[in-house]
Write a protein that binds this ligand. Structure first.
Ligand code: URA
Length: 237
């Protein structure tokens, strides 16, 4: 038995908060009876309807996309820009697991499995993310130490990070830095570098959990294997 709002959200219908609102707005019924409180639990056998329409139990789909530059990491964009969901040919209501900025490239998972998506993005689960950043200027040891120990962004201190200076280009006055973090706040990497006085010129996510872009080219995607999905769930046992 699971909470009604969780079941609605896990079917990829909407977020858990939006599901709570649907319930409180008298739009959800279970076995024909409108429910407008948040405590109730339902099972597989219960008939859940939203605005009188049966909650579709879509088969779960999982994709790994090498996100290209110039697409937004949402299902719909209010400025009508191309989204990561537009790239993937499916009728399932998939959405990205977390976000990459419009100009960031690299590993992005998409699914309609709300449960797995929540597990992967919940801060307490500390899923590894490795970024490679091209930075303006040559980063110094002091700045690296600060990034490693945590810096203040938007009024909170970031957790410990791993930082490796990979390459220095004196001619263009830029350098390449690899940063491993397990948080995923908005524009986190760019803000971390900004807080120590460096601008990120290019950003790629090389690793998310145990996924890399592998042999995919920018803009290409593939389905996850059953083994990979099991492995993902296994990270939280
Ligand atoms: N941090 C950023 O600043 N941007 C991203 O897209 C991802 C992490």
């Amino acid at each position: 038995m699971e909470r009604l709002q969780k079941v609605i959200a896990n079917n990829g219908y909407c977020s858990r908060r939006e599901a709570e609102k649907l319930i409180l707005d008298n739009r959800v019924s279970v076995n024909g009876k409108i429910i407008n409180e948040l405590g109730i639990k339902v099972s597989e056998k219960d008939l859940i309807e939203i605005d009188g329409v049966k909650l579709a139990k879509d088969p779960k789909e999982y994709y790994l996309l090498y996100k290209p530059r110039g697409v937004v990491s949402t299902s719909k964009d209010d400025k009508n820009r191309k989204t990561v969901v537009d790239i993937i040919k499916t009728d399932a209501r998939i959405y990205p697991v977390g976000r990459l900025d419009y100009d960031t490239t690299g590993v992005l998972l998409l699914t309609n499995d709300g449960e797995l998506s929540n597990l992967l993005t919940h801060p307490k689960n500390k899923v590894d993310k490795i970024y490679i950043a091209k930075v303006k200027g040559i980063i110094d040891v002091g700045a690296i130490k600060k990034l490693e120990n945590g810096v203040m962004i938007d009024g909170y201190k970031t957790s410990k990070a791993r930082v490796k200076l990979k390459k220095v280009d004196k001619k263009t006055n830029t350098c390449i830095v690899q940063l491993t973090i397990h948080e995923g706040r908005n524009h986190q990497v760019k803000k971390m570098f900004e807080s120590v006085g460096f601008e990120v010129l290019k950003l790629k996510r090389e690793v998310f959990a145990f996924f890399t872009t592998g042999t995919l080219k920018s803009g290409e995607y593939r389905k996850l294997t059953i083994k990979e999905v099991k492995q993902l769930y296994g990270m939280f046992k």
